[in-house]
Design a protein around this ligand. Structure first.
Ligand code: SF4
Ligand code: SF4
Length: 235
């Protein structure tokens, strides 16, 4: 069986050979080391860029130094300090402005300059992006669009070197990441149902949140990636 698609999600717990640097030898057929070694090599060459290398090294050091001790807020502070950044941006949901206030003050207490932009900045109507009145959350009312491109532009113009996303919606966060010039990281991932703890839907996918499955839910989770299910060959 020759796989064409990298599928680490199906790597058995007893394999996961990359952890020992042995994926060439022990990785399954769908392992990136087998399917696309050129992709891995291409990424390696990008670490020749001094900035990419610095960020990668600083991230590794923050991970090890604060392992299981630092909260994500503290990790953000330490990462920015290690990289010598002076200015941090906060891209916040309008519903999180109180928390953005707390975060901004915490960052300032560590000596950073901070800029922050709420998603509704500019107050541009949803009609501007083709949303009809009957497609609004509350039809008949004025609803400003979430404007993540503007958030990114504002924080870019403010010279932010690291931007922290606070509760932006799915898709809005995607546009923010795409348009941010500075590095960007998520502090809070919006999930209105799970108190912004989206992993809950995965932990409870077989019980309370079984509704997350689509109509083709298998009787039991497949052991192999889709490409390999038509034969009995090993992984
Ligand atoms: S498939 Fe390869 S890279 Fe992916 S988890 Fe397994 S050993 Fe690691
Ligand atoms: S669109 Fe999303 S990010 Fe913007 S205000 Fe609404 S919930 Fe917040």
């Amino acid at each position: 069986m020759t796989y064409r698609t990298v599928s680490c999600a199906y790597c058995p717990p007893t394999v996961r050979a990359c952890r020992q640097g042995e994926s060439d030898a022990r990785g399954p057929g769908f392992c990136p080391s087998k399917v696309d070694p050129a992709g891995i090599a291409g990424a390696s060459s990008r670490y020749a860029d001094a900035f990419v290398r610095d960020v990668a090294r600083a991230s590794a050091l923050v991970e090890s130094e604060g392992y299981c001790r630092w909260t994500r807020v503290e990790e953000i502070v330490h990462l920015a300090q290690r990289l010598g950044f002076r200015k941090i941006g906060i891209a916040t949901c309008i519903s999180f402005v109180d928390l953005a206030h707390t975060l901004s003050a915490i960052l300032e207490s560590h000596g950073f300059e901070v800029a922050s932009a709420a998603c509704k900045n500019g107050g541009v109507s949803k009609e501007a992006i083709g949303v009809r009145d009957d497609q609004k959350i509350r039809p008949g009312t004025y609803e400003p669009m979430c404007n993540p491109v503007s958030q990114a532009e504002l924080l870019n113009r403010a010279g932010c070197q690291l931007n922290v996303v606070l509760g932006l919606c799915v898709g809005h966060d995607s546009l923010f990441f795409k348009h941010s010039d500075g590095l960007a990281t998520t502090l809070v991932a919006k999930d209105r149902v799970l108190a912004h703890n989206p992993i809950g839907a995965l932990h409870l996918a077989d019980t309370y949140y079984a509704r997350v499955w689509g109509p083709q839910r298998p009787a039991k989770p497949p052991a192999k990636p889709a490409e390999g299910r038509s034969n009995d060959s090993p992984l």
